[in-house]
Design a protein around this ligand. Structure first.
Ligand code: HEC
Ligand code: HEC
Ligand code: HEC
Ligand code: HEC
Length: 202
């Protein structure tokens, strides 16, 4: 019996190590901001059950102040699905950028919890110049460029598209803020560029 259990344990460990998608918790990850001392509640840094954002309704029960930064968006002569000049990040991407453009401190919450303590620390990451980052906040439209998998295939591979029409590529398409299992909060493994080719036919 003991031997069988040990064998089972080995099998489970091997499955995990072989890179199967096993969900992990945000608790203790770099998206667990309780260490800032602002609050002991992990979720409250981003969500609140009441008095949530009405300016960012794409991100569920969002509890952060919107960034007012002006961003420089990705563009190139071959970017066919470009949302056009003057576009800005939207929805879920704007939510990420409420920390990752470095302009708002971690304590900029709409609905402060009872144990709230101010902390002026900022996060950083991408800044406001997004010309050197993969494009975001545009509609995934294979009709404009045939070198892409159909939207349905992309979503089925574990990469969600956002927005009211369910077609927007956002930060949350490639990243899951809640799950550090794969590393860099990636939704699916990018070993051997697997994530890139889930969309790009290259
Ligand atoms: C660092 C910010 C952040 C923290 C902390 C966070 N979330 Fe989220 N959450 C988001 C963002 C951004 C989205 C929208 C993008 C998405 O769906 O992945 C989201 C979406 C969700 C959703 C809807 C989509 C889904 O995945 O089911 C639920 C439910 C949710 N969060 C629950 C939680 C709970 C519960 C906690 C605390 C244990 C938590 N979140 C902590 C940022 C955060
Ligand atoms: C409440 C603030 C906050 C929000 C909102 C937030 N993050 Fe983060 N994020 C952090 C902090 C803090 C770190 C760790 C420290 C650092 O990288 O500066 C981090 C780190 C990361 C990392 C690097 C993880 C690693 O293992 O190196 C990724 C990727 C990331 N965030 C993506 C996102 C995405 C995508 C969103 C939106 C869907 C998002 N974050 C929203 C605060 C936030
Ligand atoms: C097309 C997929 C894709 C999109 C869209 C995307 N990322 Fe990433 N991101 C990645 C991959 C892959 C990595 C890990 C490889 C790397 O570090 O370059 C990464 C890494 C990161 C890191 C960690 C960088 C480091 O040096 O450790 C942060 C922070 C991050 N992304 C935030 C964001 C935010 C915020 C957005 C939206 C503005 C976003 N990402 C949009 C794929 C994406
Ligand atoms: C969710 C689907 C998706 C994923 C995942 C993804 N991309 Fe993209 N990527 C796109 C779309 C859609 C465009 C816009 C293409 C266009 O309109 O020409 C794009 C644009 C680009 C461009 C700019 C193309 C141009 O003409 O300017 C490059 C380069 C690129 N992606 C590389 C990558 C790499 C490398 C990865 C993996 C780290 C990756 N992408 C992951 C969907 C994706």
């Amino acid at each position: 019996m003991k031997k069988k259990l040990a064998a089972l344990g080995f099998l489970l460990v091997s499955l995990v190590l072989s890179g199967m998608a096993v969900a992990a918790s945000i608790v203790g990850s770099s998206h667990d901001l309780t260490g800032t001392g602002v609050s002991a509640s992990v979720c409250v840094f981003c969500h609140t059950p009441h008095n949530a954002s009405t300016t960012n309704l794409t991100t569920p029960l969002w509890n952060r102040v919107d960034t007012t930064s002006t961003f420089q968006m990705y563009d190139s002569p071959t970017f066919d699905m470009s949302p056009g000049a003057g576009s800005q990040p939207a929805g879920v991407s704007l939510a990420c950028l409420s920390c990752h453009d470095g302009s708002l401190s971690v304590d900029q919450l709409l609905n402060q919890p009872a144990d709230f303590v101010a902390n002026a620390d900022t996060v950083g990451g991408l800044g406001t110049d997004l010309r050197n980052d993969h494009p975001i906040s545009f509609g995934y439209n294979v009709g404009l460029d045939p070198a892409f998998e159909p939207a349905g295939t992309v979503v089925a591979s574990g990469l969600p598209l956002f927005g009211t029409a369910g077609d927007q590529v956002e930060c949350g398409t490639c990243h899951n803020v809640h799950d550090p299992a794969i590393g860099k909060f990636l939704r699916i493994s990018n070993t051997a560029s697997a994530m890139c080719v889930a969309c790009h036919i290259k």
